[in-house]
Design a protein around this ligand. Structure first.
Ligand SMILES: [Zn+2]
Length: 150
């Protein structure tokens, strides 16, 4: 699990909110709190301490905005290596259209290019790969309908 999964927060959430979430969790799982509650079960204590350490470790990766930027880069680099994963969904309207090529373009986070041709669209293809890395996007577009728009 990555740090965001451990803390159960959205990576794009405001840093202060992530910090508050961490603080809440670390209080919740603090060994002192367990001691105060009088719980003697070794199993529960071990599980709690494991969770406590996991939260601390997760937070350590992203505990300052600078560290978070670095960590996010590492996560992104890892995601580049995963094959066949759809990185994001992009609306066709948000892509650049090239009339000469009859294709739509979008820039990948790696600097590469996603390209989907009009022919692809006609063949109902909606997943395309970056020409540099292994990321894929899903292109969102409406199938042409005869219905009258309201
Ligand atoms: Zn790419």
């Amino acid at each position: 699990m990555n740090s965001y999964e451990v803390l159960d927060v959205d990576p794009n959430t405001n840093f202060d909110i992530i910090k508050k979430t961490y603080q809440k969790l670390i209080l919740k799982y603090h060994p002192d709190k367990l001691q105060q509650s009088g719980i003697k079960s070794q199993e529960i204590i071990e599980e709690n301490n494991r969770k406590f350490q996991e939260i601390q470790k997760a937070w350590d990766n992203i505990s300052t905005p600078q560290k978070k930027i670095q960590y996010d880069k590492e996560l992104l680099a890892k995601s580049f290596k995963q094959d066949g994963v759809i990185n994001e969904e992009i609306d066709l309207d948000d892509m650049e259209y090239d009339e000469e090529e009859e294709a739509y373009y979008s820039e990948c986070r790696c600097g590469g290019i996603y390209k989907i041709t009009v022919e692809d669209l006609e063949n109902n293809i909606n997943v395309v790969s970056c020409d540099v890395c292994s990321l894929k996007i899903k292109v969102l577009y409406e199938v042409i309908e005869d219905e009258i728009e309201e």
